[in-house]
Design a binder for this molecule. Structure first.
Ligand SMILES: *[C@@H]1O[C@H](CO)[C@@H](O)[C@H](O)[C@H]1NC(C)=O
Ligand SMILES: *[C@@H]1O[C@H](CO)[C@@H](O)[C@H](O)[C@H]1NC(C)=O
Ligand SMILES: *[C@@H]1O[C@H](CO)[C@@H](O)[C@H](O)[C@H]1NC(C)=O
Ligand SMILES: *[C@@H]1O[C@H](CO)[C@@H](O)[C@H](O)[C@H]1NC(C)=O
Ligand SMILES: *[C@@H]1O[C@H](CO)[C@@H](O)[C@H](O)[C@H]1NC(C)=O
Ligand SMILES: *[C@@H]1O[C@H](CO)[C@@H](O)[C@H](O)[C@H]1NC(C)=O
Ligand SMILES: *[C@@H]1O[C@H](CO)[C@@H](O)[C@H](O)[C@H]1NC(C)=O
Ligand SMILES: *[C@@H]1O[C@H](CO)[C@@H](O)[C@H](O)[C@H]1NC(C)=O
Ligand SMILES: *[C@@H]1O[C@H](CO)[C@@H](O)[C@H](O)[C@H]1NC(C)=O
Ligand SMILES: *[C@@H]1O[C@H](CO)[C@@H](O)[C@H](O)[C@H]1NC(C)=O
Ligand SMILES: *[C@@H]1O[C@H](CO)[C@@H](O)[C@H](O)[C@H]1NC(C)=O
Ligand SMILES: *[C@@H]1O[C@H](CO)[C@@H](O)[C@H](O)[C@H]1NC(C)=O
Length: 789
């Protein structure tokens, strides 16, 4: 039984304002996504003992809904909150109409049959936790950096239907921060040295980095993002969500001492080897009265912009950035003064903290320090995101954060890396165990992926688990997910089900988290080397933790389904997933070729050295990558599989927004004389994030992608250099080959400032899927018989 009523065990008194108490948001969603069924559903909110209006004196309750047949023939959905109504609607649509809405491929809700089946009696659904959370601060840079309103509208409908009521809302932050800094007396040139580029704002917000490389952040970007933020926050509220809004963190321009000679400030860490002018960020101590002044200014300006829509604030001061002192009194002082500053601005303020630091800097964050740090804030005034609960949960060792409410979060993906991967047992079993723990103060479940990258089923199942008090049966879940996903044919070919069933038990059932604990990347995305690429574990594992032959069999089943049911070639969910599974099979096939090449090209090992084999396998490495690029280019889903799309979205911000001097006095970054130059800067940001990640490759390849165009223009040239230098030169046993290293770096740096479309073969026009994908897959299969057999 999937839905059980659950009495909140961790009753909490959170002082929060909440989203709209009206059915208007869900009715507008139906109009948007199911216009032909606009009158088929009726919604009503059921106030009463289970009140949605959480205040200091009432408790945030679980969301509950019912779905029944009204006498007048409509499907009638009642709920105690607007998000409960949205959750009830999605339950009906997936269970009875077998349609859903997805990242990348978009909404398929309009495919619901004209005649909607009545429900078999009244159905009751209830969440098992009051909060369902979404986003990581860095998702705003890895995934949403260049998103338009259309992208956001899809995302927000996706969130609402999946019951998310607590989304992070970072857009527009810089606009308010700039106003606060100006008011405090900072000049525009000083502010400009603080702000980072469009693709790197998340880490500026965290105080990891400051400033922008390759050009300054245009004020028109700031203004356009702010305009977008007004739309986003308003829609969140309309749908009944409580946006988690930014606050003043303490990070300020380094010239603060010139304006406030008596201010107490310290310098943050050097993050990931960045040059000091881009890190070592100045932090105003929260006990300095100026901190509260700036906080009050920030929160009041934000409330003016968005309205009094939320009192939950995201605020991270020590993300990968250790405190100035480990003294327990100091740590308690920091938090007590920080929450006091928030309360001075908003008496109902609740501080939401990403708990990543307690894991990533576990050496610094001893239990005594965590207890002291959290001890500066009353339990009801804070929510902690246990950020990586499926692999590295911290709630046990901190005794449920010493009584603070916390949210069980699935992280799953680093840097938007792309690999089929999941821990299906951990995300169904572990949160239920956590909730059953007597001392647990768990109040929510959510998603904190660094990038929304694919593997959508793994994110869906966690959000649906938040509505079931027993672990979901993954077998049933996968089966039903497939039914809705490929909606179209009267009967879906069995191969679709068997492919996913096989992946459920292998690709999506990693249990060896010491081998891999997040989405895998392929070795071909890394700077080529004769050593050090294979068997990487941890956050960016290169280990293939399942038998690759099992995935090839699943691919055969999945591909065979279209032979049986050719209409699948016109089904965007099918073409999307076929591209993804084929991509993974080819990525896996790169490994044995690489191993063969390394052995055959090794002059110093006479047992394996074979110049003929080396030349052959070296060539195959390159042609396999070229075939993969062609496959991805033909997918029909450029928004997920192509560099051209990422760059086009970035460049578009230069033309849709005005040049920097139109709306603002920040003329210091008017270094963009033309739209073209500004677009080039955005393109540089887009390219740099997914490759060198930093002015000189500080965390190179962290956010690598398996994209058409990126493979052909970046990975293929790198591997060609590797093959050439390895065949012709001498590489030491430890992989050292200085001439190759220099050639790779020169190539990588040159690539950063290229302009898409200027090199031969680079085009924004990509195949539209369907027939083209069918032809390309057939050609790839024919060309690589050993890979697909
Ligand atoms: C919530 O508590 C604050 C003080 O902590 C108080 O000022 C405010 O009036 C309270 N709100 C409600 C709705 O009781
Ligand atoms: C149909 O019935 C439902 C449930 O009683 C009600 O909320 C709704 O207003 C009715 N719709 C129409 C068009 O009568
Ligand atoms: C509703 O009942 C019918 C008839 O018993 C059954 O065929 C169908 O599977 C049921 N639908 C659901 C979603 O339970
Ligand atoms: C960090 O920046 C401050 C100025 O904000 C400077 O005084 C300090 O020397 C820098 N740290 C290092 C290691 O350069
Ligand atoms: C800084 O502190 C000194 C000594 O207490 C005081 O004389 C001076 O006025 C202060 N300056 C500012 C700008 O507050
Ligand atoms: C925090 O530390 C500052 C500076 O040492 C001190 O003035 C202040 O009283 C402390 N505040 C609290 C709440 O401990
Ligand atoms: C994840 O599941 C595996 C297999 O059941 C288990 O060994 C592991 O402890 C779980 N991980 C966590 C963090 O609970
Ligand atoms: C996942 O793997 C574990 C450990 O091998 C096994 O006990 C469990 O049954 C598997 N679950 C699925 C869904 O295959
Ligand atoms: C990687 O792991 C595989 C399987 O355990 C092993 O056969 C191989 O030797 C390892 N390769 C390297 C380079 O460590
Ligand atoms: C090298 O490999 C080729 C096959 O690729 C084989 O025909 C040849 O005999 C090998 N040469 C030696 C010296 O082993
Ligand atoms: C920018 O400002 C200059 C000088 O005020 C003005 O001539 C120019 O038209 C402005 N540019 C735009 C695009 O408005
Ligand atoms: C290969 O990796 C090793 C170990 O990190 C490194 O020392 C070497 O320089 C790398 N080789 C190349 C060509 O970059």
């Amino acid at each position: 039984m999937r839905f059980l009523t659950f009495a909140a065990s961790a009753a909490l008194t959170l002082s929060v304002l909440c989203g709209a108490q009206s059915t208007a948001g869900i009715e507008a969603l139906v109009q948007r996504r199911l216009p032909n069924h606009a009158n088929a559903f009726t919604f009503s909110l059921t106030p009463g003992p289970v009140s949605y209006v959480a205040s200091n004196t009432t408790t945030k309750q679980n969301d509950e809904y019912t779905v029944s047949n009204a006498a007048n023939g409509t499907i009638h959905i009642t709920g105690n909150t607007p998000i409960a109504l949205a959750s009830g609607l999605r339950w009906y649509l997936t269970t009875y109409a077998h349609v859903d809405i997805y990242w990348f491929i978009g909404s398929r809700l309009h495919l619901a049959p004209q005649h909607l089946s009545p429900v078999n009696g009244t159905y009751h659904g209830s969440s098992i936790v009051p909060w369902r959370y979404h986003f990581n601060t860095v998702t705003f840079s890895y995934t949403a950096a260049f998103w338009t309103w259309d992208d956001w509208e899809l995302e927000l409908d996706w969130l609402a239907l999946r019951g998310v009521n607590l989304p992070l809302a970072w857009n527009g932050y810089e606009k308010i921060l700039i106003d606060v800094f100006r008011e405090a007396g900072f000049g525009d040139a000083e502010i400009s040295t603080f702000l980072s580029g469009p693709a790197f704002q998340a880490w500026n917000r965290f105080g990891n980095i400051q400033g922008s490389w390759g050009g300054e952040l245009p004020m028109s970007w700031v203004d356009s993002q702010f305009a977008l933020a007004i739309q986003i926050v308003a829609r969140m509220v309309e749908l009944g969500m409580t946006p988690v809004l930014p606050a003043f963190t303490g990070f300020v321009p380094f010239t603060i001492g010139q304006h406030y000679p008596n201010a107490s400030f310290v310098n943050g860490s050097q993050w990931n080897g960045f040059p000091l002018q881009n890190t070592n960020v100045t932090f105003l101590e929260p006990f300095d009265p100026l901190f509260t002044t700036l906080q009050t200014s920030f929160i009041s300006k934000q409330a003016t912009a968005f309205g009094n829509v939320s009192s939950i604030y995201t605020l991270d001061q020590y993300n990968e950035n250790n405190p100035y002192s480990g003294d327990l009194g100091y740590l308690r002082n920091v938090t007590s003064n920080t929450i006091a500053s928030l309360k001075a601005a908003d008496p109902n303020a609740v501080w939401l903290l990403q708990g990543w630091l307690f894991y990533s800097s576990a050496t610094f964050w001893t239990n005594a320090r965590i207890e002291a740090y959290l001890g500066g804030v009353a339990n009801a005034d804070m929510i902690i995101l246990d950020l990586f609960s499926e692999s590295q949960p911290q709630w046990q060792r901190t005794n449920s954060y010493y009584g603070k409410p916390w949210i069980w979060c699935e992280l799953h993906d680093y840097g938007g890396n792309m690999g089929l991967y999941g821990q299906v047992e951990n995300v169904t079993v572990n949160p239920i165990q956590a909730l059953a723990n007597a001392s647990s103060t768990m109040v929510g479940m959510g998603l904190t992926m660094e990038g929304q990258e694919g593997n959508e089923i793994m994110y869906d199942i966690l959000l649906d688990q938040a509505w079931s008090s027993t672990p979901l049966s993954s077998a049933t879940y996968f089966h039903d997910w497939v039914t809705a996903r490929y909606h179209g044919p009267a009967t879906l070919p069995a191969g679709l089900y068997s492919a996913w069933e096989s992946m459920r038990k292998t690709v999506y059932n990693n249990t060896q988290i010491n081998v891999a604990n997040a989405v895998t990347k392929s070795i071909f995305e890394l700077a080529p080397n004769t050593t050090g690429l294979l068997n990487r574990t941890g956050h960016h594992p290169t280990t293939i933790q399942y038998n690759p032959a099992v995935l090839v069999q699943a691919w055969n089943d999945f591909y065979g389904a279209a032979a049986q049911e050719p209409s699948l070639w016109d089904n965007p969910a099918y073409t999307f997933d076929l591209t993804d599974i084929t991509r993974q099979v080819m990525a896996d096939a790169f490994y044995p070729l690489y191993t063969a090449f390394v052995a055959a090209s090794n002059h110093s090992n006479s047992a394996t050295y074979n110049a003929t084999t080396a030349a052959q396998t070296g060539q195959q490495l390159i042609t396999l990558l070229s075939s993969l690029d062609a496959l991805l280019a033909a997918s029909g889903h450029p928004e997920h599989y192509s560099l051209a799309y990422w760059i086009a979205e970035a460049r578009a911000w230069a033309s849709s927004s005005s040049l920097s001097n139109i709306t603002s006095a920040v003329t210091t970054n008017a270094s963009y004389a033309t739209t073209q130059q500004m677009a080039n800067f955005y393109e540089y940001n887009a390219r740099n994030q997914i490759t060198l990640w930093g002015p000189t490759g500080e965390i190179s390849d962290y956010a690598s992608k398996q994209w058409a165009g990126l493979i052909s223009s970046y990975y293929v040239p790198r591997w060609s250099l590797f093959v050439e230098y390895t065949l012709n030169g001498s590489t030491a046993a430890n992989g050292a080959n200085p001439a190759l290293s220099a050639a790779l770096l020169a190539f990588e740096q040159g690539w950063q400032t290229q302009i898409w479309g200027e090199a031969e073969g680079e085009s924004y026009v990509l195949a539209s899927g369907g027939g083209e994908l069918q032809r390309v897959v057939a050609r790839v299969v024919e060309g690589w018989p050993g890979v697909f057999a």
